[in-house]
Design a protein around this ligand. Sequence first.
Ligand SMILES: [Zn+2]
Length: 462
Amino acid sequence: MLPRSLTAAFARALLPATFTLGLALVPVLARAQTPESVRSDSPSAAASDSGLAAAVAPGATPEQRVAEVRANFTPENRSYSSKRQLLGFLDPLYGIALGLLILFTGLSARMRDVAHRAGSRRYPRVLVYIVLYTLVAFVLGFPLAWYEGFALEHQFGLSNQGFGAWIGDELKGAAVGIFFFGVIPLVALAYGAIRKSPRRWWLWLGVGTVPVIVIASLIQPLVIDPLFNKFTPLRDQQLKQEILDLAGRAGIPGRNVYEVDKSAQTKKYNAYVNGFGASQRIVLWDTTLKGMTDDEILFVMGHEMGHYVLGHVWQGIIVFSLLGFVVFFGSWVLMNWAVKRFGGRWGFTELHDVASMPLLTITLSLASLVVQPAANSFSRHIEHDSDIFGLEVTRLNDAGARAFIKLGSQNKSDPEPSALVEFFQYTHPPLIERVRFATEYHPWTEGKPSKLFHGRVAAAQP
Ligand SMILES: [Zn+2]
């Protein structure tokens, strides 16, 4: 919503520093809230919970694991993932179409007129405009948001969330967007730059984005995430000790490992690393804790520890900051062209007129779409490095393969997407490649050196 369109555009540039285990879900201004977390220690209970079509027994051969990936990609899972892939292309186009509608109907100019009654200074005008724009975008964007975030998830039995809780999260997301872009005057500052420096504002916005990304990455786990979910230390004491031992070997302070009650929203599995410096943390979804066995969870943690130890959050901040310059430059070119061509019809002739905000959103979306494949390629590269690290630190090859099979099956994701879909949408290597790699990568059995983890490995590991 605005937060969809504006945040999707900004968030893609602003808050990228979250690395997950599986396919990137919603980017940042995420979603969620409360209840209970449970965990089963019994592998059989876990297997039946994970909804696998084909069993995942311990100790299968690499070929059997690859066959299992395909067997678990059932017609139902295929149907879900193809809808998701289509939505991956449609969603940004829908946002762009809405922006054009708001411009060509003159609605943007009218919202600007209302905003100008708030005073002569830029800050109140931008704030009022953002509130109005958020409301309009929320209403117009609702049908697709509802289908994508609620109806589709329920149709495929992936949601644990009632309509009230879902819409509550959406409204919270919109409020967070208004707060961070409007109340904190980020957009007002951007408009100040657009007014003062018509030829170079893209450069200033690119520069200004760097500290915003850094601060946003720092506060996200402390301020934004807890608005949607409850974060607690791991409750399973035995597993917690095994994870702390693993973290100790990887050089990560154990206090930075959390579980989150994502079962409040979804049945899907995931885990992630976000924050940085003092706020950096590894978070396991309680659904993952419930559905995976201990050795699978340890491999998942090994992967997440890779992100942490290999400095992926910092690298992400640098790479996405650089891409931010490209995105703002593209936006600058497109906006200058569009306002000359259509500004008269839209009711504004200057880019520093707040009525241009839908145009800013559209052009940021378009430019983001162009750089998305580069961002995805970078992301797939570091995800593969984290897989290497996870295998090296745990040496749990088969558990890694099983974890990926469960992840793909439970989340109904396509293990072998087309090259086009991988190029535009996949932030992680396709699961079939990850399963194959997990089963085949064990240089330590051949006396070869590890690539990324050079510390001590637990004696008990096979
Ligand atoms: Zn990852």
